[in-house]
Design a protein around this ligand. Structure first.
Ligand SMILES: [Zn+2]
Length: 215
């Protein structure tokens, strides 16, 4: 199994999906293309996925300073599409996946440890056991703010992105806040995607501490 290069910053493991300061996002003019948006200089198939326009961002991991809590849109998408660990970037179709009855481990932000509901939407890719245990060790408060679950299936649902007004071609919400749009919603054609969104199915809440002990 291919393991991407790992980066550390001031003693912390830099997540695979974290952006780096030199991964610049070029300013690209948005135009109307039929019943949706496009880039004025759009020429590459890489600008779209399943017909949806995606944010452009350079991909040079390790260049500059990492933004540890940030998300690189294209690596997030890569991790969601291929079920890669969001921290180390390796496939979570690993020996634990087999041992857990073909399930992936997800750590989802949940104040008060609320369990993950059936069909709940998330933009958070899975995590491998080693990285989950490492995260808990690095951050003792993690368990309070997160819920861990073994998940049978992550179903592609849509994207989260910046929605453009069809008339003004300006973002409808300021501050680059992201709005979720499903693949079946007409809104998605006016959305500049920044995250893949999946729904989680067959979720069983687990205790990360027990996972660490079992390891
Ligand atoms: Zn990992």
């Amino acid at each position: 199994m291919r393991t991407p290069r790992q980066f550390y910053w001031k003693g912390l493991h830099v997540p695979f999906i974290a952006p780096w300061s030199r991964e610049s996002s070029p300013v690209s003019a948005i135009i109307r293309v039929g019943q949706g948006i496009g880039y004025a200089d759009e020429f590459s198939a890489a600008d779209r996925r399943h017909g949806t326009l995606w944010i452009r961002q350079a991909a040079v991991r390790g260049a500059g300073d990492p933004e540890l809590a940030g998300v690189h849109p294209l690596r997030q998408r890569q991790a969601m599409s291929h079920m890669l660990c969001q921290v180390c970037g390796t496939s979570t179709f690993d020996s634990d996946f087999v041992r857990w009855g073909e399930r992936h481990l997800f750590l989802v932000r949940a104040v008060g440890g609320r369990p993950i509901g059936e069909g709940e939407r998330t933009t958070t890719p899975p995590v491998c056991r080693t990285c989950a245990i490492e995260s808990v060790g690095a951050c003792p408060h993690l368990r309070k703010g997160y819920t861990a679950a073994l998940v049978k299936r992550a179903q592609p649902w849509g994207v989260a992105g910046i929605v453009y007004d069809p008339l003004t071609l300006k973002p409808t919400i300021p501050d680059s806040r992201l709005t979720e749009a499903s693949f079946t919603s007409p809104l998605i054609r006016w959305t500049l995607a920044a995250r893949d969104v999946a729904t989680l199915h067959g979720c069983t809440t687990i205790d990360l501490a027990q996972l660490a002990v079992a390891a």
